[in-house]
Design a protein around this ligand. Structure first.
Ligand SMILES: *[C@@H]1O[C@H](CO)[C@@H](O)[C@H](O)[C@H]1NC(C)=O
Ligand SMILES: *[C@@H]1O[C@H](CO)[C@@H](O)[C@H](O)[C@H]1NC(C)=O
Ligand SMILES: *[C@@H]1O[C@H](CO)[C@@H](O)[C@H](O)[C@H]1NC(C)=O
Ligand SMILES: *[C@@H]1O[C@H](CO)[C@@H](O)[C@H](O)[C@H]1NC(C)=O
Ligand SMILES: *[C@@H]1O[C@H](CO)[C@@H](O)[C@H](O)[C@H]1NC(C)=O
Length: 482
């Protein structure tokens, strides 16, 4: 009894310390209104760091503790014990408030998953100190705890953390598990950020251990997307093969995934090999036979000819964002604000066997500060004042064929510019812009890039890292005829 009483006293001492701080601030606030001039000469003595350290010590030593948290790991007999203070827990969480009111003894038993139990110390420390250090692999468990105990500021902080740390290094990868968690909790913003990250960085994801852990649902939704950034469709097929042999999904899933491969984008010599040697293809051949047949027809003649005789409307002939050299080229622009830059590169006329060996030369022109005509005419109307180097204007790229050719009939060449940036030390795709001839069409090309600043997040060592892709689209094959 005496011992308990002693603990109570030390809690009170610590608390009255807290109240003094609050009281001084309240008086200071009132005085500010009345005697603003006097207050201006006041100096802030700030010892909040020391207060935080004391709170941390209070938790670590457990002095004056009036509640013992017993954290039981679900379906094990592991128990973690933390000496806590009901006042602090109640101050932060209405859930703790209710649990503490209901308890019968000085113990409070909490049941948590192994994942959550392993970060419970960190979580409680946050309640005492208001700061927390987070690793990518701890974010979900902490988010779960913050949600369960209604620590809303922590929950929001973690949501923001996840959105900003998709590219962080972690030994086993974390974006796939964050995606699953976002789906589970209905956080559509996080879900979409994860999906976009996975789509835009698919090549690295395909090679990581994470790829094998992708769920059926995520696999199928990735396979549908046209904005995947990867080397080639063959790379995707091979990754799918690895995934299926690892996960042994139901036939339905394997068949849907196989039917989402865009066989038209794979050169015939590779298709022959798949058809004869890929165990996956041999097993499910019947379910993709029609797509392969259509693909070989596509490779046999000009796509325009094919469209004359067959009504087709499918994604089979729709390119994704392929990085391999047949489809485009990287373009690194040093000191992009200095002046206009031009660049030439070649692509195949089209993916069909009939066109793949025909080359098209493209000229690309980058202007760092291009002004739309309408803006330029306002300048001339208002006298001689010309825009200065840094005045207005926005980056623009135009891409035009070096020569025209009758082969271009029936094809529309869609251009895609991929802008890479560095995040957490890694190069990641920051933006993907699609347009026909000029980035003016997108309206927001590099709109927030602020290329004038050497520290712009869009620059890597003062250079702009672009990759240009040219995608031949045969509308007659994709948009069905009447
Ligand atoms: C007091 O100091 C801490 C850290 O030293 C700082 O984060 C905080 O903003 C300061 N408070 C005020 C009111 O200046
Ligand atoms: C906390 O408890 C420890 C022993 O358990 C004691 O040494 C220390 O002085 C106490 N600290 C305070 C601030 O009461
Ligand atoms: C408190 O005790 C009552 C009766 O002894 C029991 O029914 C109840 O489940 C206990 N509550 C908790 C939270 O342990
Ligand atoms: C993201 O994609 C870019 C370009 O495709 C690649 O260079 C980079 O390594 C990828 N980043 C990560 C973190 O996978
Ligand atoms: C053609 O395919 C596209 C994309 O799959 C779809 O949106 C469109 O409705 C289809 N058109 C017809 C006529 O089937």
């Amino acid at each position: 009894m005496h011992h308990l009483f002693g603990q109570r006293i030390s809690t009170m001492v610590c608390l009255s310390g807290l109240f003094v701080v609050f009281a001084v601030q309240t008086v200071g606030g009132a005085a500010l209104k009345q005697e603003a001039s006097l207050e201006n000469s006041a100096t802030l003595l700030n010892h909040s760091m020391a207060l935080v350290q004391r709170m941390e010590a209070l938790l670590a030593l457990g002095n004056g503790s009036d509640v013992t948290l017993r954290i039981q790991t679900v379906s094990t007999d592991e128990v973690k014990v933390i000496q806590a203070h009901s006042l602090v827990l109640t101050l932060q969480s209405d859930v703790f408030d209710e649990l503490l009111q209901m308890r019968n003894s000085s113990n409070l038993v909490l049941r948590e998953s192994a994942e959550c139990a392993s970060v419970f110390d960190k979580f409680i420390r946050y309640l005492y100190c208001g700061d927390i250090s987070v690793r990518p692999d701890q974010a979900i468990a902490l988010h779960r705890l913050a949600s369960k105990y209604h620590i809303w500021a922590l929950q929001q902080g973690l949501t923001r953390y996840m959105a900003q740390h998709l590219s962080s290094d972690s030994p086993t990868g974390h974006v796939v598990s964050w995606y699953q968690y976002a789906v589970q909790t209905g956080d559509t913003t996080l879900r979409d950020s994860c999906l976009q990250y996975l789509s835009w960085n698919l090549s690295s994801v395909l090679q990581s251990a994470e790829w094998r852990s992708i769920s059926d649902e995520l696999l199928l939704s990735l396979m549908q997307r046209s904005d995947l950034v990867l080397q080639s469709e063959l790379e995707l097929y091979e990754a799918l093969e690895a995934w299926i042999s690892q996960n042994q999904p139901p036939d339905m899933t394997a068949e849907s995934a196989l039917r989402a491969v865009r066989y038209g984008m794979i050169p015939p010599q590779h298709l022959f090999r798949l058809q004869k040697q890929s165990p996956l293809m041999l097993k499910y051949y019947e379910s993709v036979r029609d797509l392969l047949f259509l693909t070989f027809q596509f490779h046999a003649a000009s796509p325009v000819q094919l469209a004359k005789y067959f009504d087709v409307n499918c994604s089979l002939f729709m390119p994704r964002n392929y990085l391999s050299s047949a489809w485009g080229s990287p373009w690194v622009i040093n000191n992009p604000t200095r002046d206009d830059r031009s660049f030439s590169f070649q692509t195949q006329l089209g993916p069909s066997g009939h066109d793949a060996s025909k080359r098209v030369t493209w000229n690309a022109l980058f202007s760092p500060r291009w002004l739309p005509l309408s803006v330029r005419s306002t300048y001339s109307e208002h006298g001689s004042m010309q825009p200065t180097r840094t005045d207005g204007g926005q980056p623009r790229i135009i891409i035009t064929p070096a020569t025209s050719s009758p082969d271009f009939a029936g094809v529309s060449f869609q251009k895609t510019v991929i802008v890479a940036a560095r995040q957490q030390g890694k190069v990641v795709v920051r933006h993907v812009y699609n347009f026909h001839q000029s980035t003016e069409e997108t309206g927001d090309f590099l709109a927030d890039a602020d290329l004038q600043r050497r520290t712009s997040e869009y620059l890597i060592d003062s250079s702009l890292y672009l990759h240009i892709i040219v995608k031949p689209i045969y509308h007659s094959l994709i948009i069905a005829k009447k």
